[in-house]
Design a protein around this ligand. Structure first.
Ligand SMILES: Nc1ncnc2c1ncn2[C@@H]1O[C@H](COP(=O)(O)OP(=O)(O)OP(=O)(O)O)[C@@H](O)[C@H]1O
Length: 327
């Protein structure tokens, strides 16, 4: 549905996006995650046709954003970080105005009523936007994006500045919309992405540093399929029993965690899954395994690891360049 190829964007000497490529299948909810200044808004603005790229291309539903900007805009409902509202209009006036501006052809009254019910703004429909709370303003912005029922929704930091209750409501809304729409959701808040997205793209300093499902990202980056086991029994004997299992590379003892129960870190060769064999080996020697978990990283660890490693690399190269310039 969305195809981003070798996209770069420079603002003067600053590189905001550095040759990023990704595609989004129809009907998926993709999280676009990155720290402040990573290039998320720039990417969203290029996909929606509000900004031109320095190089590279974007197609939405087969249409190129440069060659067919109007066709692309028809397919996309965009909610920028700051929703484009007119505070001196009532919600009713604003949505009718946007309906006309977008040349929506669906039956007006029915369509507006449905959208208002969906984003829960029916009760403020006659009120002036200026007098609404931040959460309601955000939802009016959402309603605007849904006008015309576009197949693609691009949401830039949709819950920023909302209270926890409003955040949950907006997340649920996105989750429900994800059943019928292709959604790109940009955020720097990890739990938000984790709550609603089936796939995550991580950007840092204009570079795409990871792309995958939450599980695959933490699996790929985890310390090579390490398992953490707690086993009751003599430490040396248990260690030897675990070590004897086929494909087990290392068994490291991590000390006594409960009386007579030691923790072990077990690493298997070639990413093999040795959990069943470990169970059988321990059971045959009558060493009860009290717990066995994957030492996979949490998504938060993955994010920090990816963004800080790239950050460090950049800082080092920048420092070297600066030093050379001074000489
Ligand atoms: N109009 C502009 N002129 C110059 N530099 C800009 C402009 N817009 C963005 N930038 C720079 O480009 C980089 C990427 O910005 P962008 O707003 O896309 O990041 P972001 O990931 O959306 O960050 P945030 O979460 O803070 O909104 C930043 O370094 C920013 O300072």
């Amino acid at each position: 549905m969305i195809e981003v190829k070798n996209l770069s964007k420079r603002y003067g000497p600053n590189v905001a996006l550095n040759n990023i490529s990704f595609s989004v299948e129809e009907g998926t909810v993709v999280g676009f995650l990155g720290p402040n200044g990573a290039g998320k808004s720039t990417t969203m603005n290029i996909i929606t046709g509000y900004l031109s790229a320095s190089s590279g291309s974007v197609t939405v539903g087969g249409y190129n954003t440069l060659d067919n900007p109007n066709e692309v805009k028809k397919l996309i409902g965009y909610m920028p970080e700051i929703p484009p509202l007119y505070p001196d209009m009532t919600v009713k006036e604003y949505l009718n105005f946007m309906y006309d501006l977008k040349k929506v052809t669906l039956p007006r009254e029915k369509h507006l009523k449905e959208i208002c019910a969906l984003v829960k703004i029916t009760d403020v429909y006659p009120r002036l936007i200026n007098n609404l709370s931040k959460g309601y303003k955000q939802r009016v912005g959402f309603a605007q994006a849904l006008l015309g029922n576009p197949p693609v929704l691009i949401l830039d930091e949709p819950t920023v500045g909302l209270d926890p209750k409003q955040i949950i409501e907006i997340r649920n809304l996105i989750h429900n919309l994800g059943k019928k729409h292709t959604i790109i959701l940009s955020s720097h808040i990890l739990p938000e992405i984790q709550a609603v997205c089936e796939r995550i793209i991580i950007v840092n300093k204009g570079n795409l540093v990871a792309d995958g499902t939450p599980d695959s990202l933490s699996q790929n980056l985890s310390a090579d399929h390490k398992l953490i086991l707690r086993v009751e029994g003599n430490e040396t004997e248990v260690k030897n029993a675990l070590k004897a299992v086929k494909f087990v590379e290392t068994v490291q003892s991590c000390g006594e965690k409960e009386p007579g129960v030691f923790e072990y870190e077990v690493e298997a060769r070639d990413g093999r899954d040795v959990r069943r064999e470990l169970f059988r080996a321990a059971a045959s020697k009558n060493f009860p395994i009290l717990s066995m978990t994957n030492a996979g990283l949490s998504l938060e660890d993955v994010f920090l690891r990816l963004t800080s490693a790239a950050y460090l690399q950049d800082t080092v190269s920048e420092t070297i360049t600066e030093g050379e310039e001074e000489e």
